[in-house]
Design a protein around this ligand. Structure first.
Ligand code: UDP
Length: 331
């Protein structure tokens, strides 16, 4: 039995990871400010003696110190999420990401705890090379643009993890998560699948930003969780950085069409200029495809769930949300 601390454990990915660890017999302590996380995400674990929850921010040094001290392994997932939030609240996003990582890494170092740090495919910026491997260049615009500032904040998190590993011998693992989707992902922070599935089920137009030719690869959160657990169990992952994602590439316009077909919706898609969707001068990534050869070689991991399974899982969740059914009758 290992005692895991999951910062951001009431969030989308964190809550699924908590379930996976608890179900195999581990102990999980969740530290979450509930700024974007939700207690209902941990509903399946309510009353489970292997789960404990502390409401607190990763910016709170004492809360982090206490949580890290009482754990064996730290998984640092707490972060500002979603391009929309990052563009609208850059100060909050940067502070949470950089200061939060420093606070967690300092505490992990203080108590010599292994720590996994969640990074993001955003660190590659506008590098549209296919596929992106862990050594691929970062291609960024001005730091005055919120998206590139966010990208840099995640890169700083990584650099801190590498530095603690190299200079202080702290066991750290950095994971770069590509587009991760599935049940519990909130539509509130701009992510495309939770938004488009809800729009389709409500009979509203599906908002496709730009011309819809940009592509992404969507990985089911349960596959991502398997990747995280495999890396946590693999000593050879320490000191390293690994991409996690799907290589099933799809354009956003095609995604919208698949969602319409899969949900049997009467909706159509509507193209929304980026300037309207985000802010003037917003730049999107044209393609973003991960090379996951490294994690496959290390742990044998590869995603097993298809895009259709992802969409069905999300649609099922949306349909079962009572609020959705009462606020969108016959739409
Ligand atoms: N997107 C869209 N409509 C939406 C939300 C997002 O067309 O309602 C696009 C977004 O511009 C991007 C892609 O879908 O090209 C994926 O967006 P998301 O925010 O889910 O992830 P990102 O890859 O941008 O981090």
């Amino acid at each position: 039995m290992t005692r895991y601390l999951i910062t951001g454990g009431a969030g989308f990915i964190g809550s699924h990871l908590a379930e996976a660890l608890v179900s195999r017999g581990d102990q999980v302590l969740v530290l979450d400010s509930l700024a974007t996380g939700r207690l209902t995400n941990l509903g399946t674990l309510a009353g489970n003696p292997r789960l404990s929850f502390v409401q607190g921010s990763v910016l709170d040094e004492l809360a982090v110190d206490q949580a890290v001290r009482s754990s064996d392994v730290v998984v640092h997932l707490a972060a500002a999420v979603g391009v929309k939030l990052i563009v609208e609240e850059p100060l909050y996003s940067l502070t949470t990401n950089i200061k939060g990582a420093i606070t967690v890494l300092e505490a992990a170092h203080r108590y010599r705890r292994k720590v996994m740090v969640a990074s993001s495919s955003e660190i590659y910026g506008k590098n549209s090379a296919v596929p992106l491997n862990e050594q691929s260049d970062r291609v960024l615009g001005s730091p005055a643009v919120a998206r590139w500032a966010y990208s840099t904040s995640k890169a700083v998190d990584e650099i801190l993890a590498y530095a603690y590993h190299r200079e202080r011998d702290l066991p750290t693992i950095v994971v770069r998560l590509f587009n991760t989707v599935g049940p519990r992902q909130s539509p509130a922070y701009g992510m495309v699948i939770p938004r488009l599935v809800r729009q389709a089920l409500a009979g509203e137009p599906l908002t496709v930003y730009g011309d819809g030719t940009q592509t992404r690869c969507f990985c089911h959160v349960l596959d991502v969780v398997q990747a995280l657990v495999g890396l946590l169990d693999e000593p050879a992952a320490e000191g390293d950085v690994l991409n996690i994602g799907s290589s099933e590439e799809i354009s956003i316009a095609e995604l919208a069409r698949v969602i319409i077909a899969r949900t049997g919706s009467a909706s159509d898609l509507v193209l929304v200029p980026y300037d309207e969707a985000y802010e003037t001068g917003f730049e999107d990534m044209v393609r973003r495809v991960p090379d996951t050869g490294k994690i496959h070689a290390l742990t044998g991991w590869e995603p097993v769930r298809s895009l259709v399974e992802i969409l069905d899982d999300v649609a099922r969740e949306v349909i079962s949300e009572a609020g959705f059914l009462t606020t969108a009758p016959n739409k």
